[in-house]
Design a protein around this ligand. Sequence first.
Ligand code: NAP
Length: 309
Amino acid sequence: MTTTNRDTVGFVGLGIMGLPMAKNILKGGYPLVAWNRTPSKIDELETAGAQRGESPSDVASRAGIVITCVRASDDVEQVVLGQPGVPGIIDGIRPGSVVIDMSTISPAVTREIAGRLAERDVAFIDAPISGGEQGAISGTLSIMCGGSAEALDRVRPVLETMGKRITHCGDSGAGQTVKLCNQIAVVLNNLAMAEALVFCQRSGVDPAVMLEAIAFGAAGSWQISNLGPKVVQRDFSPGFKVGLQQKDLRLALEAADDLDLPLAGTSLVHQLFRAVEHRDGSDIGTQALVRALESLAGVEVKSDRTPEL
Ligand code: NAP
């Protein structure tokens, strides 16, 4: 099968990320058939022109390219491989099709799923994403891909409706490995910002002024520019939830365990987020990492000023 602008795309998982991504595929001119576990979440997409699928296997039987964007490794296994008595994508899909998983899951589980699909002559691309809800809405995600170059070439035009930077990282699982590298760098930048804010507050300097002063120098980061202003205004609403961040850190630490590799900084942040979850629950935004440091230090980072970043 060759991919043209007219191939039907299937989409499974219309959450914070999946729904705007599916909308962008429709906007890109592709016929779309979608399924979500909670059916009401399909309504908006149906109004925008998508067809309603009855199940993951039904979606797969009606599309040449099937995308999953669910939550964790076992969720992807459930929708792709099915469960006893419940068919999955693998049961409906036609040989020659491509499945793309855009959830963040284990590289090892990714390789297992790829092997099972290969037995049916179906290619599997791991294509986890970075860029948050805003990137999903604006179609500017970074997409980190693993799998065969040939299969990726076939689905690249569909990925281009959702993302700006599409990188082929290597064989199956390599996209997930790079996504975990992304998460390691993200949490350590978050910790760096939180520690600077707590130090600044205790020193008696306005933390909003500090953010303005350092955001454009060598310490600048996505976290400082996007999460820093939220912290000083005590806004802990989620862009990315602590519970999902912890899932990703567990994946990184498990993979490091298999490699007999110390990940000292990542382990520390994982423990600090555990303290945040204990106090504030798993649905708070990841900028709440600062709250763990605040309770150790006995300070609260706060400013009356909105930083100009
Ligand atoms: P979300 O809002 O919680 O949505 C999860 C989606 O997966 C929902 O549609 C949910 O269905 C579905 N789902 C979960 N388990 C399922 C199962 N066992 N069977 C069928 N459907 C299932 O999560 P999200 O924020 O969109 O994140 C999706 C993925 O992208 C995750 O792997 C996450 O780590 C990754 N990611 C998220 C962000 C972000 O900023 N949010 C950024 C980068 C990557 P229901 O509607 O029925 O619950």
